[in-house]
Design a protein around this ligand. Structure first.
Ligand SMILES: NC(=O)c1ccc[n+]([C@@H]2O[C@H](COP(=O)([O-])OP(=O)(O)OC[C@H]3O[C@@H](n4cnc5c(N)ncnc54)[C@H](O)[C@@H]3O)[C@@H](O)[C@H]2O)c1
Length: 445
């Protein structure tokens, strides 16, 4: 491998590893700097540390051809033309976007770069982070550099495909720097959108995820309304769109994941720094964040209504934050909030979990107090309540009527994703409830 790499990527998580792989496949020499030694070792073996379509083959190929190498830290033996920061920006305990990992990455780059380097910030950040935090750290090195903000927008599960198909946003303060950053991504796609400033790119990223969060929140609001009137939200939403694409409301469901759980908060934090409060964004988060508690109240009231006296066995199926495109990622999963609410409401119940993608040993490591299952059949057998927590298609293949045959007598299914709401009620019986199709909002909820 050369002592000078075309590209250095700081942080080999979901974003960094997929980006490093496709940039290496495009012919660049790439070094990924990752502080976790276990991830460095896995990467150098050509093995991804998460589930992503196409990544195992692509990564092993670029590692074998010595286009991609991983290291635990920068050192004097190598330098890079371009640096891309892809470290995490989770919320801290007090709910604000963490910048410490961005600062460390910027300091490491500042020490390693040569005059004239290009530095691209790819992580999702509070507005102003590129100009007010990253740029001054780089400038303190006394070296000349260019800086651009090019946010990541891929969906987990489709990342490799989307890195080659989605328009890449490039935000820079002048045309020459924008062209330079665009050239990095033009090796992946001809679809580049140049925006007129760094802040435009930062806001664009936060706004697009917040828009999705707000749309999903509205769908969940429709579900609450329909539950209160005993009407199917699934029918209202799907019938309303037939031949009428002006009302393209998504289906209701749990809204979380590593991006949506935080990006609207980062947008609100950005707005507050300029004295503005974002009411719609705030209301959207409120609706989405209280849904687990609200729906578990319904599950509890249904358990009570059925008058169970024997041991209660509640199994939650679909723990990853989404099922489509499928992922094993548990970060920000609202199924975990549902699990917490179930445990709180039913401390004596036996609670079990299953996921179609996340391996059982990973679930057992993350949730040591719960029973774990590796097969759907085992996860529904003998259960008093089966909760379908994500939209993985496999959770929608066996009808509630068939599931019920394996469950405890008088058991029921609660479905966050309306997997079966298209079926006539005669097919569903009185043992299937879905968000917006169940009366699942308590009357005063
Ligand atoms: N996951 C997604 O699908 C997605 C999509 C769009 C945007 N984003 C944004 O991209 C950023 C990265 O997300 P992610 O999901 O890849 O995060 P992640 O936590 O999976 O990965 C970040 C990696 O950076 C490493 N790291 C942190 N500081 C480091 C340092 N100083 N030096 C070397 N390594 C360091 C961590 O060990 C970790 O492996 C976040 O800002 C996120 O909001 C993520």
């Amino acid at each position: 491998m050369p002592a000078k790499f075309d590209i250095g990527i700081v942080g080999l998580g979901y974003v960094g590893l997929t980006l490093a792989t496709v940039l290496a496949e495009a012919g660049n020499t790439v070094i990924g700097v990752e502080k976790r030694s276990d991830l460095v070792d896995l990467t150098n073996e050509g093995t991804p540390h998460f589930t992503e379509t196409g990544l195992p083959n692509a990564l092993s190929g670029v590692v074998r051809h010595k286009k991609l190498v991983a290291a635990e830290a920068f050192d004097d033996t190598f330098t890079c033309d371009t640096y891309i920061i892809t470290v995490g920006t989770p919320l801290s305990a007090d709910g604000v976007a963490r910048v410490d990992m961005i600062e460390t990455a910027a300091r490491d780059i500042a020490a390693n770069m040569r005059d004239g380097a290009l530095v691209i910030l790819r992580s999702t950040v509070k507005v102003g982070t590129t100009r007010d935090i990253v740029s001054p750290i780089l400038a303190a090195s006394g070296k000349q550099f260019d800086i651009a903000m090019c946010p990541e927008r891929t969906l987990e599960g489709k990342a490799l495909q989307e890195l080659r198909e989605l328009p890449q946003i490039v935000g820079a303060d002048d045309q020459a720097v924008a062209d330079r950053a665009a050239a990095v991504f033009r090796k992946l796609t001809n679809s580049i959108v140049l925006v007129s400033s760094i802040e435009t790119a930062e806001i664009l990223k936060l706004v697009s995820n917040t828009f999705r969060d707000v749309q999903f929140a509205f769908a969940n609001e429709v579900a609450r309304l329909c539950d209160a009137f005993g009407v199917s939200a699934h029918e209202v939403i799907s019938s309303g769109k037939l031949g009428y694409n002006r009302t393209n409301i998504p289906m209701p469901g749990l809204v979380g994941g590593p991006c949506l759980e935080k990006d609207p908060h980062i947008l609100m934090e950005s707005a507050r720094s300029r004295g503005i409060s974002l009411e719609i964004t705030s209301a959207g988060r409120l609706v989405n964040e209280r849904q687990p508690q609200e729906t578990v109240s319904f599950i509890s009231s249904e358990i009570e209504r059925r008058g169970w006296t024997g041991p209660l066995k509640i199994n939650l199926l679909g723990m990853a934050f989404k099922g489509q495109p499928e992922t094993s990622d548990l970060r920000g999963s609202m199924s975990i909030r549902v699990l917490d609410a179930l445990k709180k409401a039913h401390p004596d119940a036996q609670i079990g979990i299953y996921d179609p993608v996340t391996p059982e040993d990973v679930l057992a490591g993350e949730f040591p107090d719960e029973n774990t299952y590796s097969r759907f059949g085992d996860a529904v057998s003998g259960a008093s309540v089966v909760v379908l927590g994500n939209n993985h298609p496999s959770l929608g293949t066996i009808s509630p009527r068939t599931i019920k045959e394996f469950m405890a007598p008088d058991g029921f299914v609660f479905d966050y994703w309306n997997h079966f709401s298209h079926l006539p009620s005669s097919e569903l019986g009185d043992s299937y409830f879905a968000v917006g199709n169940s009366g699942s909002v308590p009357a005063n909820g």
